[in-house]
Design a protein around this ligand. Structure first.
Ligand SMILES: *[C@@H]1O[C@H](CO)[C@@H](O)[C@H](O)[C@H]1NC(C)=O
Ligand SMILES: *[C@@H]1O[C@H](CO)[C@@H](O)[C@H](O)[C@H]1NC(C)=O
Length: 243
């Protein structure tokens, strides 16, 4: 409770979203199709993403020993190279209406995911929450609930696509300990995808995404899904284009 109070107070003082001042690296990771990918191996063409299942991964993260949350969005490695950097990705997600966690402080469990890129299970790199203008920022979302996502990068040597794998969902407020609302995985995914496709800007950079829907990557239903909330088996592949 004292943490939440601190969060509120600090937000009131700052009263504006956090800004990024340093310039990010604009390097695009080189793509190497690893030995597990003979079928798709093509070192001349950049591959937008690799199916994690081909190399021991899966489209559910590891929330607990038994359950996971769906990785329901991929931002393809064929996207704007800026968006594929850590810095650029944060920047881009602000254009979608997310912000970082309350003042960059993390609470809650970190999730692992196995993207089949040779890294095995790795911890999420990034968690963002819906941004509520104007004062409380993401601290408000922390209390009120709303949209959020976790992201991992597919850049192990076995499948170095540079793609972002995202688990998006909508959750209840903190009194319910941030559990997911009914149908919250599909709702959270659609919220992000709708905004990405519509297009938007942040600080003078404009983007718009193309979406390809896939229903052959994860089985629909609630088997193995955290909180027993069914998902519809659809995964959105976004290619984000800088305008
Ligand atoms: C690799 O991709 C390039 C560019 O898309 C294509 O021209 C070439 O035929 C592909 N090679 C193989 C072996 O699939
Ligand atoms: C993969 O990406 C993350 C985030 O950008 C970075 O910290 C890590 O060093 C990268 N791994 C490799 C092998 O490049």
């Amino acid at each position: 409770m004292s943490f939440l109070l601190f969060c509120w107070l600090a937000a009131a003082v700052v009263a504006s979203p956090l800004d990024f001042h340093q310039e990010g690296s604009l390097q695009v990771p080189l793509t190497q199709a690893g030995p597990g990918y003979r079928a798709t191996e093509n070192t001349t063409a950049k591959q937008g993403w690799f199916d994690p299942r081909l190399n021991g991964g899966r489209f559910l993260d590891f929330t607990t020993k038994k359950y996971g949350e769906p990785l329901n969005i991929i931002i393809s490695g064929l996207s704007d190279p800026f968006v594929l950097t850590d810095f650029g990705f944060r920047y881009y997600t602000k254009s979608l209406g997310y912000s970082e966690e309350c003042l960059g402080l993390h609470y809650g469990n970190l999730h692992d995911a196995d993207l089949g890129d040779g890294d095995g299970r790795k911890t999420e790199l990034f968690l963002a929450r819906q941004y509520y203008f104007p004062v409380w920022g993401t601290c408000w979302e922390s209390l009120a609930g709303g949209h959020h996502f976790r992201a991992w990068k597919q850049n192990g040597t076995m499948a170095n696509s540079g793609a972002w794998f995202i688990g998006a969902s909508k959750e209840y407020d903190s009194s319910k300990r941030h559990t997911i609302v009914p149908n919250g995985y599909n709702i959270g995914r659609d919220w992000l995808v709708e905004r990405a496709v519509k297009g938007g800007r942040y600080k003078g950079r404009w983007w718009k995404a193309e979406v390809e829907w896939r229903s052959d990557l994860i089985e629909e239903g609630k088997k193995g899904v955290n909180h027993g909330i069914a998902q519809d088996g659809r995964i959105a592949i976004l290619t984000v284009i800088r305008l």
